[in-house]
Design a protein. Structure first.
Length: 476
């Protein structure tokens, strides 16, 4: 017995000695949220010099931030281990080091206010929880670590950006300069700035488009023919374009008007693609909020189709890891195969969708009848350099507040066209939206009937068995 005890002790000591030099953690989560992805490892393996990572972290932290800090430490230990010395991590408490405090301020890492429990009283104190990344005179920061679910993406994108010889530029060719908040794209812009430079492009005043990828959210009729010529020349020279064009204009009061697509369709006809002036409605859809007087209410709204993964192109990394995308008031794309043109149907509706053609009635209280069930294409990738989506609203600030998963689509698209698929694979780990699959109404009725009939029968059988068991016990 004593020998077994010594053997167990020796095994425990051996495991601890091994763990000192080898960071091992078993991750049982579905999406491996606590393990560095293969894509992050690929980014790290390409590093050819040392990157210094400095974590500005206060020692006295509230319990909830302490847990976050431990997670960050574990993840940075993995980064350091995989880099084989190319990522060197140090921790400093600016509150105890005036030089570190000044450095944090210089690179844009602020003090944050934290609520700390001391002597049975909650007190407000200042602290730090940010990261500085230094490489060859370049600096990138994560000013405040707030969302752990995006930490790997944020950190790897900063590593990729600071180690890159050049920063790619994303241009926005928008509509009129004065846009209301509903049609603003500031959320997309802010997220893109984590990895890229962004700028507004005015094609009317520019001979050349000096960006790597151009995002067009302008109304089709506002784009002049000579501007389409510049866009085509940009594509011919190796540029990438994301074209977000509405087929129907929806104004306040749910007024819909078809948009003249003549100019944009003349541009797209060389690729065999046409944007239709219709509105798609789908049996699989989201709810929308509507206001009447002082009241706001939510209703299921078939004109907000919820496109799900099973209808995405599973061979394309822009969409194959997404769970869903919601496209409000989207139109359809018609596709005619053309020789020399490769087309990927990225986003499609379910096979139980239909469309409004002439009577563009947006009333949410009407009956949306599926007259001719069919599947529609809403987004397509052409020749790996032109992405066309028959909807521009779905990534605007107003709709991203309700359908945040749409942001991942546009970020994936930009990464795919501009850089490489590394960041897409990392971002796919943070998705939480897992929509339920819609079942046929007949099957739904059968399941309900079985539940109603058999639930009491099962309870009765259970009661009889228990009663019989008790009677046997009494007889004993």
């Amino acid at each position: 017995m004593i020998a077994r005890g010594w053997l167990l002790l020796a095994i425990v000591i051996l495991i601890n000695l091994i763990s000192i030099n080898h960071f091992i953690r078993f991750d049982l989560t579905k999406e491996n949220k606590f393990t560095i992805s293969k894509s992050s490892q690929n980014v790290i393996e390409r590093l050819d010099d040392i990157i210094n990572v400095k974590v500005y972290l206060s020692k006295k932290l509230p319990p909830q931030i302490n847990e976050s800090a431990q997670y960050v430490k574990d993840m940075l230990s993995e980064y350091s281990a995989f880099s084989q010395g190319n990522i060197q991590v140090t921790y400093v408490d600016p509150a105890k080091n005036t030089d570190a405090m000044q450095e944090a301020q210089n690179i844009g890492i602020p003090q944050i206010q934290m609520e700390v429990l001391e002597q049975d009283k909650y007190q407000i104190q200042n602290g730090y929880f940010g990261i500085g990344i230094f490489y060859a005179g370049n600096t990138e920061t994560i000013p405040v670590i707030q969302n752990l679910s995006t930490f790997e993406y944020d950190f790897t994108s900063k590593i990729k950006k600071v180690a890159s010889q050049e920063t790619k530029t994303i241009g926005f060719f928008n509509g009129s300069e004065e846009q209301d908040s509903q049609n603003s794209y500031s959320t997309v812009d802010q997220n893109l700035q984590k990895t890229y430079q962004t700028k507004i492009v005015n094609l009317a005043d520019s001979e050349n488009i000096d960006v790597d990828t151009l995002i067009i959210t302008r109304k089709a009729e506002e784009i002049a023919p000579e501007e389409f010529v510049k866009i085509q020349n940009f594509l011919n020279q190796g540029g990438k374009v994301i074209l977000l064009i509405d087929g129907v204009n929806v104004s306040q009061g749910l007024q819909a008007q078809a948009i003249d697509q003549t100019k944009v369709n003349e541009f797209l006809q060389n690729y065999g693609v046409t944007i239709n002036s219709d509105l798609i409605y789908d049996q699989y859809h989201e709810s929308a909020s509507f206001s009447q007087g002082f009241m706001t209410f939510f209703l299921p709204y078939p004109l907000f189709p919820k496109l799900i993964n099973e209808n995405f192109d599973q061979n394309n990394q822009i969409v194959n890891t997404l769970k869903s995308v919601v496209t409000p008031w989207a139109s359809s794309l018609s596709i005619e195969p053309k020789e020399g043109v490769t087309i990927s149907k990225l986003l499609q509706t379910s096979k139980k969708a239909d469309h409004l053609l002439e009577n563009l009635n947006l009333n949410p209280q009407q009956q949306f009848t599926i007259n001719t069930a069919q599947q529609f294409t809403i987004a397509t990738l052409i020749n790996e350099n032109l992405l066309v989506v028959a909807d521009s609203d779905f990534i605007s600030d107003g709709f991203l507040q309700q359908f945040s998963q749409n942001l991942n689509f546009i970020l994936n698209a930009v990464d795919y066209l501009t850089l490489d698929p590394d960041l897409i694979a990392i971002r796919s780990k943070i998705f939480t939206d897992n929509p339920l699959k819609k079942i046929a109404e007949e099957l739904n009725i059968i399941i309900k009937t079985i539940g109603i009939l058999f639930s009491p029968i099962i309870l009765i059988i259970y009661g009889l068995v228990r009663m019989k068991g008790r009677q046997k016990m009494k007889n004993l």
